[in-house]
Design a protein around this ligand. Structure first.
Ligand SMILES: Nc1nc2c(ncn2[C@@H]2O[C@H](COP(=O)(O)OP(=O)(O)O)[C@@H](O)[C@H]2O)c(=O)[nH]1
Ligand SMILES: [Mg+2]
Length: 388
């Protein structure tokens, strides 16, 4: 097949050849053919570009319609549910988020009428990288001191909807650097976010709570920064949430592999968490005695599994270091209970979605998630306040 450009070249060659031969009689025919051809091409080009713009316009309309449908049942201000992740530096906030995401990708969506996708591929990559890091930490001893941690807040957004349908709302996980709790400007921001959050994940390092040094001192104040977090709860929740939207607070001890094997260990861990967070929990119980606006539960999560606490050591700066090791040669990366964050947290968000939008499209998923809740106190779970 001759392409249009090759036809032009043939026209031009023929023209030049005839001219060199000194015969210009054919020139007018060739020239007019050339002009007709160019005009035809310009006409085709103009037509296709209008079609192109029409197509892109109709794509835009489709997009707008999708967006409209997406938010139709839901006022714009309410199309996001904020989740705040609180905790000291290095306690494992980002690891928890990555693990929850990994568990969801792996099996949680199975049998659920629900799809959850990271809103951007960049975020998917960053969480997957963190997961990769976590898996490979089991190769060596894990030495954890009082860490410097990140200095920027990171938000992880997930689109939530029915399978194969446009998403209905977004979950936004706000991962705060532990250092923000001690800095006046950022403190205010965390406070506002706390107030606007549907779910608050308060992450605590279990080893800092349970391991004592020579002087029987607890490192929790330093590592978990409980005092700062309690203060922020006090200023954020001086009164009932203005939006009257129920809030779920999940107290999440992590790095707890060593203290969750027996019933007695679980009991001990739970009592420690109840003491550590007691002041903040009591504050809420006082102004919400019936548990209408808040629900609080302890959800112990092992983001690594396969490791156990080995020893406490002191580094060159005389600071404590917690050393974890693989449980045995066969032990591997095996997170435990991370999916419970969704069973408790996401189920309550779906409940709020249906209350606000009047839609029951997520009822089936909500029910399934609720059925999957672990409520065994022997395994460290406990509802401290309100209903779930
Ligand atoms: N032993 C133990 N270590 C963990 C666990 N989860 C995370 N870590 C370690 O805790 C360290 C700090 O985690 P990171 O998520 O970066 O803390 P963040 O500063 O609170 O975000 C990392 O070195 C992880 O390997 C866990 O379940 N068990
Ligand atoms: Mg982090």
């Amino acid at each position: 097949m001759l392409t249009s450009s090759s036809l032009i070249v043939i026209f031009l060659i023929a023209l030049v050849y005839r001219w060199m031969e000194g015969d210009l009689t054919i020139a007018p025919f060739l020239l007019s053919g050339f002009v007709i051809f160019i005009s035809y091409k310009s006409f085709r080009w103009a037509k296709s570009s209008t079609e192109e713009s029409r197509k892109s316009k109709s794509n835009k309309t489709l997009e707008n319609n999708l967006l409209k449908n997406r938010y139709k049942a839901f006022p714009k201000t309410r199309n996001k549910f904020q989740i705040t992740v609180l905790g000291g530096r290095g306690v494992g906030k980002t690891s928890l988020l990555a693990t929850v995401y990994g568990e969801f990708e792996r099996h949680l969506t199975r049998g659920l009428q629900l799809q959850i996708n990271p809103s951007t591929s960049l975020m998917r990559t960053s969480l997957s990288e963190k997961l990769g890091e976590l898996e490979s930490t089991l190769d060596d001893e894990i030495v954890q001191g009082i860490s410097v941690g990140e200095s920027d807040k990171r938000s992880y957004e997930f689109d939530v909807g029915l399978p194969l349908k446009a998403p209905d709302f977004q979950l936004v996980f706000n991962d705060y650097p532990g250092g923000w709790l001690r800095d006046e400007i950022h403190y205010k921001e965390v406070e506002i976010f706390l107030r606007n959050s549907a779910v608050i994940l308060w992450v605590l390092d279990a080893s800092a709570l349970l391991v004592r040094g020579d002087k029987a001192e607890s490192y929790s104040t330093k590592i978990n920064q409980t005092g700062y977090i309690t203060d922020i709860f006090k200023s954020a929740f001086k009164e009932l949430p203005q939006d009257k939207i129920k809030k779920t607070i999940l107290l999440v001890p992590i790095k707890c592999e060593t203290w969750t094997t027996t019933k007695l260990d679980n009991q001990k861990l739970r009592t420690h968490i109840e003491d550590e967070c007691g002041s903040a929990v009591n504050l809420i119980k006082n102004f919400d005695p019936e548990g209408k606006y808040f629900s609080i539960a302890i959800i112990p999560v092992q983001t690594l599994g396969g490791v156990h606490f080995d020893r406490l050591q002191t580094n060159a700066d005389n600071q404590p270091e917690f050393v974890f090791k693989r449980k045995n040669e066969q032990a591997f990366y095996q997170p435990r209970y991370a999916e419970q964050i969704f069973s408790y947290g996401l189920a309550s968000i779906l409940q709020r979605y249906s209350e606000q939008s009047g839609s029951n499209k997520f009822n089936a998923a909500q029910k399934k998630l609720e059925q999957r809740r672990n409520t065994k106190e022997d395994e460290g779970f406990k509802v401290l306040h309100g209903k779930f």
